[in-house]
Design a protein around this ligand. Structure first.
Ligand code: CDP
Length: 224
């Protein structure tokens, strides 16, 4: 049983997916954190994010571990890179600005897609990303494509940053959302798009609870 949830940044995917996984007793895998981990590691090492060969080798060899939460600071899980806790570091504005360049390299995608399929094959998983329904898990029992307007998505990101006590600039976040959308939708390999058999949900004007209830209804209708 695999549930694939795709959509652009800030569409509410992760909140809905995590709640679904909890309710169903499934594992919850956010594939974006793996692309973020590679982007973070590249920045740390001083690699140019445009360097496809270096980034591909990095993605293939990096030790990325996603584990249950060890600290109660609002995180949904721990992300470790080479044993170091990078859970918040991979959510920085700097990583936001570079991750889509990293994720556009076919070699990086191949390495991470392999890891994601290995996890998916074990079943009972809610997997979230950009290309889960189209490329990573095309046979998923249920595919949801969660969308929302760029303004609504930027507003949510802005609120999240403020809630974490970080500084935030709405106009800058909106511009970053647009830039990431362009890169994610326009890349040659596994661009962001809804699978043909995905159910498209637009969350503009809906609370996260309302979106969750709709997703749960879809799960029950498919007997997942
Ligand atoms: O949380 P947010 O929606 O901002 O992004 P994310 O899910 O953490 O993903 C960060 C970035 O990783 C995306 O903007 C994509 O460039 C890339 N990504 C991807 O290419 N394929 C995936 N399956 C997941 C993420």
């Amino acid at each position: 049983m695999i549930i694939a949830i795709d959509g652009p940044a800030g569409s509410g995917k992760s909140t809905v997916a995590r709640e679904l996984a909890r309710r169903l007793g499934f594992r919850y895998i956010e594939t974006g954190s793996m692309y973020r981990a590679v982007a973070w590691a590249a920045l740390q090492r001083g690699y140019a994010v445009e360097d496809a060969d270096r980034l591909t080798a990095l993605a293939a060899n990096l030790d990325i571990d996603v584990r249950p939460t060890s600290v109660e600071d609002g995180r949904k899980y721990d992300v470790l890179v080479d044993g170091k806790d990078v859970t918040w570091a991979i959510r920085s504005q700097e990583v936001d600005g570079k991750v889509s360049i990293v994720a556009a390299h076919p070699g990086v995608r191949a390495a991470l897609t392999d890891k994601q399929r290995a996890i998916g094959r074990r079943g009972k998983v809610v997997m979230v990303g950009r290309d889960i329904g189209t490329v990573v898990m095309p046979d998923a029992e249920l595919k949801i494509y969660l969308d929302a307007s760029p303004e609504e998505r930027a507003r949510r990101r802005y609120q999240e940053r403020l809630a974490r006590g970080e500084q935030a600039d709405y106009a800058q976040i909106l511009e970053a959302v647009h830039a990431r959308d362009r890169l994610d939708r326009g890349r040659d390999v596994a661009p962001l798009r809804a699978a043909e058999d995905a159910v498209i949900l637009n969350s503009d004007g809906l609370s996260i609870d309302e979106v969750f209830e709709e997703a749960l209804r879809l799960v029950k209708a498919r007997d997942c």
